[in-house]
Design a protein around this ligand. Structure first.
Ligand code: API
Length: 285
């Protein structure tokens, strides 16, 4: 398995990006596990393939560090948008990307030729009652669903951005033992596809603090789809307005839920760290 790659991150949520137009990977799942290993591989939260698409400018496939494939990833979408523009794969600053979550549209916001931010049309939030059978939950709600994990009871709001999110509001996110409770909620029977888990503290109507346990990756410094699900859940619970700064461990994202087209727009940075060639060879002995 040998291929060129480039290493990017969005607020510390880091990815190995591979140009599928020129590089070949036979087994994406195995490659993701090997590449993401922070001791034996490159080290990342995920592996992302940029591929041709028959319906959009590009297609993106996202694999978590445990090898599972995700429908969508917000932070890496901003990185892919910069990557395809800066490597000349496109001259467009508004780019359409085909994903398992549907068509996602990042836009490079330039001012006097300088990149100011990357703004992504993340599509519409879906209340998960339509996406997955919520066991025991009232059909007409995805808000305030009771969830019990080892005798601890939570009220959760389930929102999908194409990938599943379970949002829980607390008074102080720093008091949550995320490493302990995150995997238990991720794999709870309520979520047949497993779920990403966000704990959210309301600072005010326009500023939310969020920490995340990601499906297939564990605690990450930021989660773009999670930030969008956080805003949607806060609006649905009358805890925030339709625009807010989401404060993550790795930095801040600006998220807005448009009342015009019902789409969620996420804006934030994308950073390239280094480029290289992955040379993993089968063990000789
Ligand atoms: N772990 C996620 C995929 C990555 C999402 C996150 N890194 C983002 O920025 O949206 C899942 O399995 O749904």
């Amino acid at each position: 398995m040998q291929f060129k790659f480039t290493k990017w991150h969005g607020l510390g949520n880091d990815f190995v990006i591979v140009n599928g137009f020129s590089e070949t990977i036979d087994d994406f799942q195995a490659a993701a596990i090997e590449v993401c290993d922070r001791h034996l591989g490159i080290g990342a939260d995920g592996l992302v393939l940029v591929l041709p698409s028959a319906t959009a400018d590009f297609k993106m496939r996202i694999f978590n560090s445990d090898g599972s494939e995700a429908e969508m990833c917000g932070n890496v979408t901003r990185c892919v948008a910069r990557y395809v523009y800066e490597t000349g794969l496109t001259a467009n600053t508004r780019i359409t990307i085909e994903t398992e979550a549907g068509l996602i549209i990042p836009e490079l916001v330039l001012e006097q030729g300088e990149l100011k931010t990357v703004k992504v049309d993340m599509g519409e939030p879906r209340l998960q009652r339509k996406d997955i059978p919520l066991l025991g939950a009232a059909e007409d709600q995805a808000v305030n669903i009771p969830l019990t994990v080892e005798n601890e009871r939570f009220l959760v709001t389930c929102v999908s951005m194409g990938n599943p999110h379970c949002v829980i509001f607390v008074d102080d996110v720093d008091l949550v033992d995320l490493a302990a409770i995150g995997p238990k909620i991720e794999t709870h029977e309520l979520f047949p596809r497993k779920t990403n888990v966000e704990f959210v503290q309301i600072r005010d109507q326009a500023r939310l603090r969020m920490r995340v346990w990601e499906r297939g990756a564990g605690i990450t410094l930021a989660c773009g789809t999670g930030a969008c699900a956080t805003l949607a859940a806060a609006v649905l619970n009358s805890k925030a307005g339709r625009q807010a700064v989401i404060e993550l461990d790795g930095g801040e994202l600006f998220v807005e839920w448009s009342s015009k087209d019902n789409h969620i727009y996420m804006s934030g940075p994308a950073t390239e760290v280094f480029r290289g060639e992955f040379l993993k060879k089968p063990a000789r002995c």
